[in-house]
Design a protein around this ligand. Sequence first.
Ligand code: ADP
Ligand code: MG
Length: 701
Amino acid sequence: MEFDIATFGCLVFDRATMKKHLPYPAFQKWEDTIERKTALDRSTADAIAHAMKEWAMAHGCTHYTHWFQPLNGTTAEKHESFLDRDEHDAPIMRFSGKSLIKGEPDASSFPSGGLRATFEARGYTYWDCTSPAFIQDNVLCIPTVFVAYTGEALDRKSPLLRSIDAIDRSATRMVNLLGDKQVHKVEPVVGLEQEYFLVDRDHYLKRLDLRLCGQTLFGRQAPKSQELEDHYFGHIPAKVQAFMDDLNVALWKLGIYAKTEHNEVAPNQFELAPIYGPVNIAVDQNQLIMAEIQSIARKHGLEALLHEKPFKGINGSGKHDNYSLVTDDGQNLFAPGEKPMENIRFLVFLSCFIAAVDEYAPLLRMAASTSAGNDLRLGADEAPPAVISIYLGSYLDQLLHGLLHPEDAHGSTKENHVVPPVSTLAYIPRDNTDRNRTSPMAFTGNKFEFRMLGSSMSASEVNTVLNTILAKKLDDVAIQLEGIKYIDQVRSKALTICIDLIKTHQRILFSGDGYSDQWIKQAEKRGLPHIRTVVDSYAILQDDSTIDLFEQYHIYTRKELESRQDVLYSQYEKTLEIESRTALHMITRHFLPSMVESLGKHGSALHVIGTTNAPHYLSTRVKQLGQWIDDLHEKSEKLRIDLKAVMEQSKSDHRKAALLARSTLVDDLTNVRMIVDEYEKNSSSEDYGLPTYDDILFALD
Ligand code: ADP
Ligand code: MG
């Protein structure tokens, strides 16, 4: 396809398309709804639905679906045809406002954490008119929220939408208080960088662990891995380039501004970053990007792995969440401006952000890593540890130092010849972006980049938390500023508050190597929470501070939090159950028989040669194989027994089952892996019988 600008977004029913296809009053009413000025009335909804249907049919669609994001972290759809029977029994293609606005997918099998058990089994979908409808595989997809009969959220979008309202209110209030009265709206904007692996589909199909778990449960590092860093930004293999070209066409049509694509550090690892946009749309588009990556890879004989840690010993994949706030007149509230020291608004937003991240670090850690997969990534092979800290960069470090210690402002710091003294710090060069990639949360010029998020996860929870905790901190400050009469007094009071906030929360600031062991020790000394496994982070959802926060901002009710926690425990435990069953399956059906066969071969050779004449190698191998078979059998039996106990426990208590899975199955899986990996190291490719890391990771060209 030619990349003709006219075709950009041709599969999206966006603002321009709406304007073209709708009667003007209906278009205007829709715009008012987007601005949250009015609710959509029935006749406008009918007009929009009709226009949408005509447009979709012109693109070859016969079906539509309410597209939603249930708690299992995926997206869901149930296709419905436009086809209907009219009053005269004739066929007609019809799409009403009612069908656009509300759906009853009867999706009672999605996890609800018990929310629906006591009420109604049904869940309802409602149109989210702030995210545009689009066409995928000839189906008109309408982004929707998914809620229970009683109104409780059963999805990830509803809380995000509520949090967007919350941060809008609180940030606008603060901006107005600080003198910018013309600002009526503040919107969080987000850029999501997506990392993923590509592997040959033939290899993928031969490995049950890749197929069922998205990661290798067995496998040794290849003789070469990422030590030369020659894959990073390297030449993109032809097969991958062809895939990327197709991907770019698909994203182009979906109106997604795919901006950068490059090889990542690990072999076969790639990254795609679209241009940032309103958070709700960015999160939806990220789901589409993940889906497109997977389906287009298959068309090219490849398989995309979105798992956080598909291969042991090399980098895992994350999703970087670049976050900032913009006003309706286009100002970025995290832009330091030319004179950050005098930019009180910047200082307030910066210090509130720092305070929010410090105070709610466990919540952020939970939201960044809801899945078991990220546990394998965090703290390993160039991924941030599970401790949250913020890296500001030397300019802002100096600026804050100057705020806390004005007496040093003219003093000579070590870096005076590089960085101007704080008092004259009038200009932050445009290239002052972060160079510390070991930090989980880095200030990068005019936004914060949160790098903890797992690659396979929805980005909605993290942004729901960021919006809410920042809203809370801004309101805490606003309360102290309201009622002060003169703007100069407001500003000077705000500065004092900023200084206090930074003093209180400076323990969260860290500029050193976030990957080092010393940092972990120092962080623990500073009292920063280090929640090593994700399953321990779920407890925060029942903490009073969390419940108060979310209830205050109407993001989650106590009951919704309870249900979410239950779903998380259950997902964690189920993930480990699947991994355990897959490992057992591979051991019983493949590895043990393969070892026995190998033993047979070596044993016969030994028998033919005779033990006294046999080379040492042969007798050792026979002994080792016998030992591995016994060990693997024993350890896999333990895994089987522990798995049974977890499954039994999960019938009555998901939390207990998850904790049990963490304390038994994780180690059991490591133990069986160690034996199989040792076998792999010492056996011929033919005996081992599965594609190994060197096959999978160095075969794309
Ligand atoms: P890096 O790999 O250096 O982290 P990239 O250029 O790959 O950076 O990605 C940066 C992401 O941040 C992109 O999605 C970009 O659009 C986004 N971004 C840039 N400016 C802002 C901003 N002000 N607010 C939010 N996101 C932003
Ligand atoms: Mg990044």
